[in-house]
Design a protein around this ligand. Structure first.
Ligand code: VGL
Ligand code: ZN
Length: 197
């Protein structure tokens, strides 16, 4: 059995100056690059939405960014347009090492958002990452990246539920921290059995 580093969404739109900027999002790049050297397997994820994605406030008449909407799969935050496929905002931070083993894209289904690297937000449509890890006999995961309270949180909780041993290295993450989302995420990860280091 072995381990993998999963680097979540270190993309321009989540860094200062981006469309959905996370404060200090760019500060973690150097530390993540250094940590990659400790892992045989490095996996990067990339938020990858088509224009007009249903998670964008601009796709819903009169909806303000950061408001909530009821979707068929549950409550969804409506975000500013971000990480549109092929755009500069969707590109990885320019200093991030991208010579990992696998890049997994998510959020490309127009009707369902996908915070987690494992399942879309309906919690059932898989991305395929679980199969990749299991067939490569990887059972321990370390997660870093953006944003701690959304995509890192959802990925870590899903991985723990699937039976992986999961550690989030909090100093190599940054949070959006919107409406109590950071504390809720920390509590939820703890309940799910995720180690926060
Ligand atoms: C993310 C909101 C919308 C993230 C992605 O990477 O945490 N957050 N899309
Ligand atoms: Zn997104």
């Amino acid at each position: 059995m072995s381990d993998a580093l999963i680097v979540i969404d270190v993309q321009n739109d989540f860094c200062p100056g981006g469309a959905l900027a996370v404060a200090g999002g760019d500060e973690i790049v150097g530390g993540i690059n250094a940590l990659m050297a400790d892992f045989d397997t490095v996996i990067l994820t990339q938020d990858w939405h088509p224009a007009g994605h249903s998670s964008f406030a601009s796709s819903h008449d009169g909806a303000a960014p950061m408001s909530l909407i009821e979707m068929p799969y549950g409550l969804q935050v409506l975000w500013p347009d971000h990480c549109i496929q092929g755009s500069e905002g969707a590109a990885f931070h320019k200093d991030l090492r991208v010579d990992g083993d696998l890049i997994i894209r998510k959020g490309f289904n127009p009707a369902i958002d996908s915070y987690s690297a494992f399942f879309e937000n309906d919690h059932t449509t898989p991305t395929g990452l679980e199969g990749y890890l299991r067939t490569r006999r990887i059972d321990r995961l370390v997660m870093v990246g953006l944003a701690l309270d959304f995509c890192v949180n959802y990925s870590a909780v899903d991985a723990a539920r699937l039976g992986f041993d999961v550690t989030v290295r909090q100093e190599l993450t940054r949070a959006i921290d919107f409406d109590g989302s950071l504390q809720a995420a920390l509590d939820g990860m703890q309940v799910a059995g995720v180690a926060i280091a």
